[in-house]
Design a protein around this ligand. Structure first.
Ligand code: XMP
Length: 518
């Protein structure tokens, strides 16, 4: 792999993704990793990430000096660039000149070094630093500068060491991805051969080795991650797998059918649907507090799943083939953010598949543990899963239950389902599915406003559209949807959905707002 050494900011994940976008497999490792541990991973390249610290601070994250002696091609970015400069005998200075945001850089390289080759002399790069490299280490050539940073990029071709002060992984750096690709393919000579086909073959092998002849169950939520992880296991050990789909009555329009028909047709998986909508709605009656709703939904989900599990375990035991494994759609960001993959802080604990019981007596099969969401989608497509499932936006485990502000009732769910289906349809028709990360549609059930529809006064509910753009749902911005698309959605919802007489747009970023309303 290419190892991305995490110096503690949010950048390491982004770098790991950009490396993979260049068709090279990458892994994130903490900056506390030792040279021996790095060597044991047999890396073909190393990228040192940016970080929030100053190299001068007490306790500033360090890099085992032996790592730069391993002879592995290395690219230092921002803080990583400064660490490299310092360790290799250059100088880093407190200039007091901070650079933050879009910055004009000048490529001064005259030798046609692989890193910046073919790039315009003047370009915009994304900066975020206080200290600067004031002198490059011996044997290094300076490749670029900015007004306040004389050494903004450097290279030592012989050692295959490279560094940039700016953030090439950020889209605001004009030629950022090109720099990453140049480092990987040209400077380090790494082929672009990591793709979904390889991942599938590798995972199928691993699943077979892990599972042997035992039986496996999987909880299908209808979301992308559980759909793809289940399909991988199905491909690996087909007739040993049973998928369980809990219909809690809080799903969107068409979701149950998509799973029961399209998904089964595409994968051939043995599927059991547990129909517990009535139980959920009874349990939610009279409840308006968001946390209480979440708790109830989580608890009932576990009950429903455990019932199905008991039935299946009994059946399997009668066959003499016990169930030993449970499939989970855990993704790489979950692993990294839970502290499992890097030195980054534990930002929030993730509950997959809507919060499965903690005391399940199964071993986990997690074929997506090394993958990012977009890679999971690519694999789903390669496996032939329907676009209605693979292209699906993230949808919370508690479903529409946390998109009705107020008590959840059958009637309100029906209204919201219609409004949501209209919004999704129009966004798809306008070709905007890839512009947005997700667009929660929220019913403000306890709010009423006066309207006029037909010839009469109405006193109805507002629907909120919450389109957001995001890379990972940790932060988000509201998406500037075209007015005509918004107009069409608004028109259709107020015309077609009874009791709704107003459509409003949520123009809040995250933070301060979360993506969901509850
Ligand atoms: P928030 O609202 O916290 O949402 O900004 C971040 C992302 O997580 C989704 N979300 C959930 N997903 N179970 C889930 O599986 C949950 O309880 C849950 N709550 C929020 C949300 O849709 C967004 O993508």
């Amino acid at each position: 792999p290419v190892l991305v050494v995490d110096f503690g900011a949010q950048y390491a994940q982004l770098i790991a993704r950009r490396v993979r976008e260049a068709s090279v497999y990458s892994e994130i490792v903490p900056h506390t990793i030792t040279a021996a541990e790095v060597a044991a991973k047999n890396p073909i390249g190393i990228v040192l990430s940016g970080g929030p610290s100053s190299v001068y601070e007490d306790g500033a994250p360090k890099l085992d000096e032996g790592i730069l002696q391993l002879g592995v091609p290395t690219l230092g970015i921002c803080y990583g660039f400064q660490v490299m400069a310092k360790q290799l005998g250059g100088e880093v200075a407190h200039t007091g000149l901070r650079e933050y945001g879009a910055t004009a850089a000048t490529v001064t390289d005259a030798s046609g070094n692989a890193l910046l080759e073919g790039q315009p002399v003047d370009q915009t790069v994304w900066m975020s630093h206080g200290d600067s490299v004031s002198r490059a280490p011996e044997g290094f050539e300076v490749l670029a500068s900015t007004a306040s940073t004389p050494v903004a990029a450097f290279a030592n071709d012989e050692k295959r060491f490279y560094g940039v002060q700016w953030h090439p992984e950020v889209k605001h750096s004009e030629f950022g991805q090109r720099i990453i690709e140049n480092f990987l393919h040209r400077a380090a000579g790494i082929p672009a051969d990591w793709n979904s086909g390889n991942v599938i073959a590798e995972q199928v092998e691993r699943i077979r080795a892990q599972v042997g002849s035992a039986r496996v169950i999987s909880a299908l939520s209808g979301g992308v991650d559980s759909a793809v992880s289940t399909a991988l296991v199905q491909q690996a050990v087909g007739d040993q797998l049973t998928a369980v789909f809990v219909d809690h009555g809080l799903l969107r329009k068409g979701e149950r059918e998509q799973v029961q028909q399209d998904y089964v047709a595409a994968t051939g998986v043995r599927l059991i649907t547990v129909d517990v909508a009535d139980i959920f709605l009874d349990a939610l009656a009279g409840v308006t507090d968001p946390e209480e709703k979440r708790k109830i939904i989580g608890r009932e989900f576990i009950r429903a799943f455990e019932q199905a599990e008991r039935d299946l375990v009994a059946e399997a035991a009668a066959d003499g083939q016990p169930i030993k494994f449970l499939v989970q759609g855990t993704l790489y960001p979950d692993v990294v953010e839970s502290g499992g993959g890097a030195g980054t802080a534990n930002i929030k604990s993730h509950h997959n598949v809507g919060g499965l019981p903690e005391d399940l007596q199964f071993e986990l099969v997690e074929p997506l543990r090394t993958l990012f969401k977009d890679e999971v989608r690519a694999i789903g497509r390669e496996l032939g899963l329907p676009e209605t499932i693979v292209g699906r936006q993230p949808f919370p485990g508690p479903g529409l239950g946390i998109r009705i502000v107020g008590e959840v009732t059958r009637e309100r769910l029906e209204l919201l389902r219609e409004a949501d289906a209209i919004a999704r349809e129009e966004l798809t028709n306008a070709g905007l599915d890839h512009e947005i990360w997700q667009c929660p549609v929220v019913l403000l059930a306890d709010v009423r406003s006066v309207g006029v529809q037909g010839d009469g006064r109405t006193y109805g509910h507002p629907i909120v559209l919450r389109p957001v753009s995001s890379e990972d749902a940790m932060t988000a911005d509201w998406t500037r949807l075209p007015y005509d698309v918004l107009a069409k959605i608004s028109n259709r919802i107020t015309n077609e959905v009874p009791e709704v007489n107003r459509v409003v747009l949520d123009v809040t970023s995250k933070p301060p707002g979360t993506i969901e309303w509850e």
